[in-house]
Write a protein that binds this ligand. Structure first.
Ligand code: FES
Length: 147
């Protein structure tokens, strides 16, 4: 099957029930998307599928023929994405493991809602867990990116 990953059309060799996460990491060699829980609850594996933030660990690749997948590596084709710049400015990460998923969810939120409130940010980001508790900095960075 074929799908587009970060703007590049690829022929995928994996069996249809392989989770997208492993195709991204093992077949495409894109290691920015992380494995956390494997059951769709932590958000570490968040990617965009046709601009929607989805959990790559529970998405069978066979359901994605012809779809456009964006990972953290492809979020911006022109330097850092505004969300990534805000992440740096607010010094958001602590251990960093969950942050690519956080950034992908934040970018998707801002793409559909240019100036989200705290409540809207919390609702949109609720599925992205951070064991270091960087939530306050994440919220500040999203507000910064929305300016
Ligand atoms: Fe996919 Fe946790 S690894 S949601």
């Amino acid at each position: 099957m074929r799908m587009v990953v970060n703007g590049i059309e690829r022929t995928i060799q994996a069996s249809p029930d392989t989770p997208l996460l492993w195709v991204i990491r093992d077949e495409c060699g894109l290691l920015g998307t992380k494995y956390g829980c494997g059951i769709g609850v932590c958000g570490a594996c968040t990617v965009h599928v046709d601009h929607a933030p989805l959990r790559a660990c529970i998405l069978p690749v066979g359901s994605l023929a012809g779809r456009h997948i964006t990972t953290i590596e492809g979020l911006s084709s022109d330097g850092m994405h505004p969300v990534q710049k805000a992440w740096v400015a607010e010094d958001v990460p602590q251990c960093g493991y969950c942050q690519s998923g956080q950034i992908m969810s934040a970018a998707a939120l801002l793409a559909r809602h240019r100036h989200p409130s705290d409540r809207e940010i919390d609702a949109a980001m609720a599925g992205n867990l951070c064991r270091c508790g960087t939530y306050a900095r994440i919220r500040r960075a999203i507000h910064r990116a929305a300016r």
